[in-house]
Design a protein around this ligand. Structure first.
Ligand code: UD1
Ligand code: MG
Length: 455
C-alpha cells in the first residue's frame, strides 16, 4: 500500500458556533496542538502524500495556522456550507491531480488513529471503490447509520432521513471515508441534495457507488477515535482521552508516573526511560527529557531540555530555552529561562536564572537573581565553572563571574569578577553594643505617651 499515493481532504469549513469563540473551532488545541493539526498528523501517519484543507470561517487565520503545522497543505475555501460532499468538491483541483486514494477526514475529529485510516485505505488497495470508517457509539442519535444488506454496505442514512427501524441501527458513520481516486470526482458530482437538510451529503456516494456495481465496504474504529468536538466540554473530554493514551505510552516506554492522571503531556513531549515523574507536573510544548531524570511534584516545564539524571523541582518552573546538562539540579521555587545549567551545577532554592550560563559544578545560593532586564533590553550573565554565589545575591547583567569565583551572600554584583576572586557587593555590618535595648525602650515609652494622650 505504501506505494499508493493518497490525498487527505480535511473538512474544516464549519463555523463551530457552539465553541462560543473568536477562534475557528479546529484551531482549539489538544495537548497544545490545534485539533486540525492532530488530524493532519494522523493522515500523514496513514501515508497521505497530499493534504487539502477545506476552510471557510476565519479563512485568513486558518491559512496562517496551517502554514505552521502543515506548510505543504493546500487550502481551499468553501464559500457556502452546502454539505460534506460540496465541501470535498471545494478541493476539486487537488483531487483532479490523480491520486490513488482520497481520504476524507473531519478537522474536528482529532483522536482518529492512523491505524483506522490505514485499514480503510487497505480496502481500496484490495479493490473497493469506497471504504467507510464505522463505529458503535453508546448513543447513535445524530449520526448517519450504516445500512447493510446481506453483509454488504448499501447506504448511509442521516438521522433526519432515517425510518424508525433504521434509527435502531447502532453501527454508525464515523465521518471518515476513503474513496478510490479514479472514482471520487465522478461519484461526488452525482450527489444531489434531495434530503431532509437539503445538503449535498458525502455519504450518498455509498449508494451511488453500489448502483454502479462498485465494491463498497465498512471498517470499524473505536468510539474514541470518532469523537467529534463541538463545544468546550467535548474539547476537554478529547484532551482527557489524549492524555490517558499518552501517559500509558510513556509508562510502557519505561517512564514512571506515580500518579499518571495528574501529569500533563504536550503533543511533542519526549521523555526517556527510567525518568520518574512525581504527581502534578505540567509539560508544555518543546520539552525533551533524557533518561534517569527526576521531575518532582508541581513542576511546570516548557521549551526545556533536560539531560540524563537531572533533578528538577518540586515547584520548579523551566521556561523556554532552559537547558539542563547531566546531573544538574534545579530545586524548589526556582525559575530558569533561556539559560544553560551545565553538568552537576546546582540551583536549589528560590532563584531566578534568566539569559545566563551556570558553569559545571557551580553552586547558586538561595534567593539568587540574575537581573537580566532593564525594562528595555535583556542582558547575559555568565557564571564560570565551580563558582559559588552566596545566598540572596543580585547579579546585574551584563556581568561575568569567573571560574571558581566566590560571591559573598547578599551581594549586588555590578562588575565582573575574575577567576577565583572573592567579591563583596554589600554594606559592611556595623554592631552597636546595647543600642538594641535602648531603642526598644525609647519606642515603648513613645507608644505609651501617645496612648495616654488619646485617653
Ligand atoms: C457527518 C456525517 C454523518 C456522520 C457524522 C459523524 C455527512 C452527510 N454526515 O454528519 O454520517 O455520522 O458526520 O460525526 O457527511 N463541513 C464543511 N462544509 C460543509 C459541511 C460540513 O466543511 O458544508 C465539515 C464540518 O466542519 C465538519 C464536517 O464537515 O468538520 C462534518 O460536518 P457536520 O455538519 O458536523 O456533519 P454531521 O451532521 O455531524
Ligand atoms: Mg458533526
Amino acid at each position: 500500500m505504501s506505494q499508493r499515493s493518497c490525498l487527505s481532504v480535511i473538512l474544516a469549513a464549519g463555523e463551530g458556533t457552539r465553541m462560543k469563540s473568536a477562534i475557528p473551532k479546529v484551531l482549539h488545541a489538544i495537548a497544545g496542538l490545534p485539533m486540525v493539526a492532530h488530524v493532519v498528523k494522523a493522515a500523514e501517519a496513514a501515508g497521505a502524500t497530499g493534504l487539502a484543507l477545506v476552510i471557510g470561517h476565519g479563512a485568513d487565520e486558518m491559512r496562517k495556522a496551517v502554514q505552521k503545522f502543515a506548510p505543504k497543505a493546500e487550502t481551499f475555501v468553501q464559500e457556502k456550507r452546502l454539505g460534506t460532499a460540496h465541501a470535498v468538491l471545494a478541493a476539486r483541483e487537488a483531487i483532479a491531480k490523480g491520486y490513488d486514494d482520497i481520504l476524507v477526514m473531519f478537522g474536528d475529529t482529532p483522536l482518529i488513529d492512523a491505524a483506522a485510516l490505514a485499514a480503510a485505505r487497505q480496502k481500496l488497495a484490495e479493490g473497493a471503490a469506497v471504504a467507510v470508517i464505522g463505529f458503535r457509539p453508546p448513543n447513535p442519535t445524530g449520526y448517519g447509520r450504516l445500512i447493510e444488506k446481506g453483509g454488504r454496505l448499501v447506504a448511509i442514512r442521516e438521522e433526519k432521513d432515517c425510518s424508525e427501524a433504521e434509527k435502531k441501527i447502532g453501527f454508525c458513520n464515523a465521518g471518515m471515508i476513503a474513496v478510490a481516486g479514479n472514482q471520487a470526482l465522478r461519484l461526488l458530482d452525482k450527489v444531489g441534495n434531495n434530503n431532509a437538510k437539503g445538503e449535498f451529503y458525502l455519504t450518498d456516494i455509498v449508494e451511488l457507488a453500489g448502483a454502479d456495481g462498485l465494491d463498497v465496504v465498512a471498517t470499524e474504529a473505536s468510539f474514541e477515535s470518532a469523537l467529534g468536538i463541538n463545544n468546550r466540554a467535548e474539547l476537554a473530554e478529547a484532551e482527557g482521552i489524549w492524555q490517558t493514551r499518552r501517559r500509558r505510552e510513556a509508562m510502557l516506554a519505561g517512564v514512571t508516573l506515580i500518579a499518571p492522571e495528574t501529569v500533563y503531556f504536550s503533543h511533542d513531549t519526549e521523555i526517556g526511560a527510567d525518568t520518574i515523574v512525581e504527581p502534578n507536573v505540567w509539560f508544555g510544548p518543546g520539552v525533551k527529557i533524557a533518561s534517569g531524570a527526576k521531575i518532582h511534584a508541581f513542576s511546570h516545564i516548557e521549551g526545556a531540555t533536560i539531560a540524563s539524571n537531572c533533578d528538577v523541582g518540586p515547584f520548579a518552573r523551566l521556561r523556554p530555552g532552559a537547558d539542563l546538562r547531566q546531573k544538574a539540579k534545579v530545586g524548589n521555587f526556582c525559575e530558569v529561562k533561556q539559560a544553560t545549567i551545565e553538568e552537576g551545577a546546582k540551583v536549589n532554592h528560590l532563584t531566578y536564572i534568566g539569559d545566563a550560563r551556570v558553569g559545571a559544578g557551580a553552586n547558586i545560593g538561595a534567593g539568587t537573581i540574575t537581573c537580566n532586564y532593564d525594562g528595555f533590553s535583556k542582558f547575559f550573565t555568565d557564571i564560570g565553572e565551580g563558582a559559588f554565589v552566596g545566598s540572596n545575591s543580585a547579579l546585574v547583567a551584563p556581568v561575568t563571574i569567573g571560574k571558581g569565583g566566590y560571591i559573598a551572600s547578599g551581594s549586588v554584583i555590578t562588575e565582573s569578577v575574575p577567576d577565583d576572586a572573592l567579591a563583596f557587593g554589600r554594606a559592611r555590618q556595623k554592631t552597636l553594643p546595647r543600642k538594641g535595648k535602648e531603642l526598644r525602650e525609647r519606642f515603648a515609652s513613645a507608644a505609651a505617651a501617645k496612648k495616654r494622650a488619646a485617653e
